[in-house]
Write a protein that binds this ligand. Structure first.
Ligand code: 5GP
Ligand code: ZN
Length: 112
């Protein structure tokens, strides 16, 4: 059993503002938002990153991730951005797969 911070949130061992939960995924508010609406969407089980070999062979999980994304962003009429940071150059800081869902303001492109 992993004790990474997002596993602890998934097991409700530390609090988070949870927005959506299904069998395999959880969405909650980022503790340090960089947009008016900043949601983190994670698999409940410990998948270490977007490069984890389990991911392409987990159809239930990937379906639930995209279904949750669509539900969460259905009302983001002005648009939104989905970000997965991977590695040092991208600023990845938590070794548990997470999608950032950002909305509520204009988002610069390219992101810098
Ligand atoms: P990364 O930099 O790895 O792509 O993103 C990690 C994100 O997790 C950051 O945006 C950070 O604010 C968020 N985060 C880190 N620890 C916690 C926590 O304990 N609770 C919540 N809700 N978000 C966290
Ligand atoms: Zn974890």
């Amino acid at each position: 059993m992993s004790d990474c911070i997002f596993c602890l949130i998934a097991r409700k061992e530390i609090p988070a503002q949870i927005l959506l939960e299904t069998e395999e995924v959880l969405a909650f508010k980022d503790i340090n938002p960089v947009a008016p609406r900043h949601i983190l969407l994670i698999p409940k089980k410990h998948i270490s990153s977007v490069m984890d070999p389990q991911l392409p062979t987990s159809p239930q999980l990937t379906a639930e991730l995209f279904s949750a994304l669509q539900q969460l962003m259905a009302d983001a009429k002005d648009g939104f951005r989905v970000v997965i940071n991977r590695g040092e150059h991208a600023g990845e800081s938590v070794p548990h797969l997470h999608l950032h869902l950002l909305s509520g303001r204009e988002l610069a492109w390219p992101p810098g």
